[in-house]
Design a protein around this ligand. Structure first.
Ligand SMILES: Cc1ncc(COP(=O)(O)O)c(C=O)c1O
Length: 423
């Protein structure tokens, strides 16, 4: 049996696309050079958060050492620079999602805040007693709980589209559950627990045929594939900067302009107003109506740098490299007797979730950590998915474009080691 150390050092042909130089790309990520417990770090917890290239770290430094000031307020040069960079990133996000207008991009803390914003504004305005909200059985807690809170407040009902044994959405059930009382559909673009890519275009088409708007949770899609909100036709799309190689605490919500215009504000405060008297406040235009208070300017700088970085590599290159790596990893892990992969959808991105017979997921994760391999263990903030498969937890290895086949070999060797230890 190869040790993880040997597995990492073994020569493996890496490249699926000739232009994709993973060795060169890894040079951009300072964190990947470190050792963990004396072993080279094998970072396979990218679905939780991804690592940051030097370009992102430098952008944060640039803000604090050169441009630090508030946006939209000052007439001085620093404020002008910060405002230009802040609004420039809004345009980068618009292009990243192919939204038709930068006014449709709202900066938020991340996917969670984006979804809560829609629930608390659009939802509170449009959902009434007896109405229904439709989600899927694949959702992260952040696309379940905000809707439960709303339904509880309004006396509305939350319905869930089931998934099959592969972890794929049952579209025929979706069709049955959609009805005249449905006020909103909220669905993950890609599942964080299983990696399933949902048929979001069909979901949008079916919902729109019933005049029901659709929110897509793009937290796990944006790091792996090109997203085009106009092509998808969705009404809202949320993602987190920290999953697309940007900083924590920043993300974006896309919303169709006509919907955002009609929605009440999320929070009150500075910047979201055009005039205030004690008698009446006139709200600012979109997107500012939804950005109360001093925003997370520094991390917007970082997000802009992250999107530039991803664009420079190219999402098509990323998708094809990762597709090959996921197939390689699936085969490598599947070959190990006693391993059961949870989630075998035909369309998947970035994630292998598995259980190892006779060993608790937490123990697998702890032993892998001693080998320098970072994976996630637990319910992955998707407890209903675990319930659906009758497991309390899984081990989740999640990929990014800087991962290599050697690292997958290290993972497989690490799992073999767990098996050997547990006899
Ligand atoms: C599918 C999905 N949705 C939502 C979230 C929440 O993202 P955040 O914690 O960045 O707000 C995550 C995070 O893991 C996720 O994977």
């Amino acid at each position: 049996m190869a040790t993880t150390q040997e597995a990492i050092q073994a020569p493996v042909r890496e490249s699926s696309a000739p232009s994709f130089d993973v060795k060169r790309i890894r040079e951009d990520f300072p964190i990947l050079k470190q050792k963990v417990h004396g072993k080279p770090l094998v970072y396979l917890d990218n679905a939780a958060t991804s690592q940051k290239p030097a370009q992102v770290i430098e952008a944060l430094l640039r803000f604090y050492t050169h441009d630090c000031s508030n946006v939209h307020r000052g007439v001085h040069l620093l404020s002008e620079r910060a405002t230009e960079a802040y609004e420039g990133t809004r345009v980068k996000v618009q292009r990243f999602l192919n939204a038709s207008d930068s006014r449709e991009i709202i900066f938020v803390r991340g996917t969670t805040e984006g979804i809560n914003l829609v629930a608390q504004t659009y939802g509170r305005q449009n959902v009434k007693l007896g109405d229904e909200i439709l989600i899927t059985g694949l959702e992260h807690h952040s696309n379940i709980v905000p809707w439960q809170i709303l339904c509880e407040e309004k006396g509305a009902f939350l319905h869930v589209v089931p998934i099959n044994d592969r972890g794929e959405l049952m579209l025929e059930e979706f069709k049955k559950l959609l009805n005249v009382r449905t006020r909103l559909v909220a669905a993950a673009h890609v599942s964080n627990a299983l990696g399933t890519i949902n048929p979001v275009r069909e979901i949008v088409q079916m919902a729109h045929a019933m005049n029901v708007p659709v929110l897509l949770d793009g937290a796990q899609a944006t790091p792996h594939m090109k997203v085009d909100v106009q092509e998808l036709g969705c009404d809202f799309y949320a993602f987190s900067g920290h999953k697309v190689f940007g900083p924590t605490g920043i993300g974006a919500l896309y919303g169709k302009a006509e919907l955002l215009e009609a929605m009440p504000p999320f929070q009150g405060g500075g910047d979201m107003i055009s005039s205030v008297t004690f008698e009446k406040t006139i709200y600012n235009a979109i997107p500012y109506k939804f950005e109360a208070g001093t925003p997370n300017i520094a991390d917007v700088y970082g997000l802009g740098a992250a999107l530039d970085y991803v664009n420079q590599i190219g999402l098509a290159n990323i998708a094809s490299y990762e597709h090959a790596l996921l197939s390689y990893a699936t085969e490598a892990v599947n070959q190990i007797p006693g391993v059961r992969i949870i989630g075998t959808a035909r369309e998947k991105a970035g994630v292998i979730s598995f259980v190892l017979e006779g060993v608790h997921a937490h123990d697998v994760g702890t032993i892998l950590d001693r080998e320098g391999i970072a994976v996630r263990t637990g319910h992955h903030c998707a407890q209903p998915v675990m319930d659906r498969f009758g497991v309390p937890a899984t081990v989740r290895a999640s990929l990014a474009f800087y991962n290599t086949k050697q690292e997958i070999n290290a993972l497989a060797a690490g799992i073999q080691r767990v098996k050997a230890l547990f006899g």
